[in-house]
Design a protein. Structure first.
Length: 174
């Protein structure tokens, strides 16, 4: 939700500004391809071994794809929609909420689903790395996997991996 709240307005802004497209768009494209695990050292420096660090990794892993999807969706709206809305007196905020956003919503919904699934991957990875075997009390799957790896309990690790695999399959089906 945080990635969506940040990415939606930035993507809409980028779709209307060529300067923003050239600067933020290039940055978003580059950072989207960066694996989320690369954000972990920065999260550890800024937030320490906390849940805030994990949240930072998840948001940084998902916000860029939302920005790119929103920008692409808004740029591919048929121009006739916007011209027809202007002819009927729609401008400014009304045009954004009644024409642009409904036209973008299908691309945004699809990409939000992918970002949500990727967010789970980022969460598991950040739990394993950020929290790791230090804090066993946290109930996350990544913490569980880190605990089983550190204790050498490979049977429980395989169960955890099976649960993670089932979650990934379910996320991609729906």
């Amino acid at each position: 939700m945080i990635g969506l709240a940040i990415g939606l307005p930035v993507g809409l802004f980028m779709s209307k500004s060529q300067v923003a497209q050239d600067t933020i768009g290039s940055l978003a494209l580059g950072l989207q391809t960066l694996p989320s695990v690369c954000w972990v050292p920065l999260a550890l420096i800024w937030f320490g071994q906390t849940e805030t660090a994990m949240l930072f990794v998840v948001v940084m892993g998902s916000v860029w794809s939302v920005i790119i999807a929103t920008d692409h969706g808004a740029r591919t709206i048929p121009p006739i929609f916007v011209r027809a809305a202007r002819t009927m007196g729609s401008e400014g905020f009304h045009q954004w909420t009644r024409v642009v956003l409904p036209a973008v919503i299908h691309k945004l919904a699809y990409n939000s689903m992918i970002s949500w699934a990727n967010g789970w991957y980022f969460l598991i990875a950040s739990e394993i790395i950020v929290i790791g075997p230090i804090h066993y009390r946290l109930p996350g799957l990544g913490s569980y996997l880190a605990q089983t790896m550190s204790t050498g309990d490979y049977t429980r690790a395989i169960y955890g991996i099976a649960v993670l695999t089932c979650m990934i399959v379910v996320f991609h089906l729906f």
